[in-house]
Write a protein that binds this ligand. Sequence first.
Ligand code: NAD
Ligand code: 44H
Length: 408
Amino acid sequence: MNKKVVIIGAGSSGRGYLGELLYLDGWNVVYADIDKALTDQLKAKKEFHVFKYSESGEESVVTVKNFEAVNTIEDHSEYIGHLADADLVMTALFPDAFEQAAKDLAEAIHIKRKKDKKNWFTVLLGANYVGLKTDYDALMKQELSDTDMSYYSQHVNMVESIIRRINSMPTEEQYTIDPLSVQGEDLSTLQVNDDVLLSISEESLPSFIILENDTDKCMKTKIWQGNTLHCTLAFMGLAANKTFLYESARDEYIRECADKAFREANLALTKLYGDEIQITEEKMKNTWKEFTDDSVKDWLIRVGRNPMRKLAKNDRFIGPALLCVQNGIMPYFICKGAAHGFLYENANANATSDQDIARLVKDIGIEASISQICGLDITKPDEKIVYDLILKSYQDIVMENNRILSYS
Ligand SMILES: NC(=O)c1ccc[n+]([C@@H]2O[C@H](COP(=O)([O-])OP(=O)(O)OC[C@H]3O[C@@H](n4cnc5c(N)ncnc54)[C@H](O)[C@@H]3O)[C@@H](O)[C@H]2O)c1
Ligand SMILES: O=P(O)(O)OC[C@@H](O)[C@@H](O)[C@H](O)[C@H](O)CO
């Protein structure tokens, strides 16, 4: 009999990456999502398409079938029941959903403890987030009673994984074929911390898993340099009214800035992890080949989405910028990318100031906005350098924009 896996979060990564690989690997997948429109469509259509593009731009399409879908609110008890008897649970969520996911996992753990289930409960955590396991563990501690906590320590294994495949919303053409479709790369592996072997044997794991012994390093070297470059392209591209990532990467000036931001971050990370992670020119060339290619039409609004999260202290700009300063490296281009994030205007008129940084800057000023969003304490010398670099860069961009306007 096929084994059952529940994926919490059936978005681009949940269904378009994890779900697709699990389907090809023969697992019974249950998609659990809070978005009713999405779960209704998954229930009704019973299939979706994943458009994948290889490095050389070749397209392949997988039609994913044989799954169940539950809404985490409307079908709550059915959802918790699935969690409680799944062989494996995976998450593909943004940080603002971690707390709710922890509550739901705690409910399932309570049921398992009451039923005296002695089998291990394995949860593979997925998100672009440095400190993923530590923060989930803390959330679980908050949600569980003492008795459930003791069950948790003996029978629950929460393990970090690295969601790496770039997956985006469909193009208009793909949307017409299938509104549930996802477009992205064809990466067919998932890195998972080898702590997973505490609760599952290697043979019982999905075959596409690659075991890693230091996922914190994997996460930092992903978010604090790859995503730094990616988001610099997004913030600068959006400020220049571009739509797709490849357009931004083909702009010589933007590409140069993102390239230099990556190199600053890479240099800082080598101080942490040694020269073995130093980027080679060949790798850099491949990166630019990939990002200037227009096979995957990745939307800049997706890559730059939720700029406040991305400008937070532990994320893709301030994380590597502080590491640079601590190691005597000036994070000039990282801070330039960050500064462009403060221009981010959400096109949706109903967007809250939580989504619309430009509006917050108008309301409270750039200085307070940088301190508040980036969590920088200007009484600390290292943090003051990063704060100043972002502030000066922002002022420079605004002055330059005004100059262009006044001469045109
Ligand atoms: N898309 C990518 O290229 C990519 C690559 C690497 C990492 N990631 C990371 O993967 C995670 C998911 O990203 P995505 O691109 O799939 O986003 P997405 O917006 O496509 O999907 C997230 C899904 O989570 C659902 N959700 C929100 N709260 C929930 C809850 N409490 N319970 C269940 N479902 C809930 C949303 O309705 C949505 O369908 C993020 O942390 C992202 O940074 C994405
Ligand atoms: O998912 P976010 O919002 O944290 O970041 C947007 C993109 O940079 C990200 O999804 C990348 O596509 C991904 O991290 C590539 O592995």
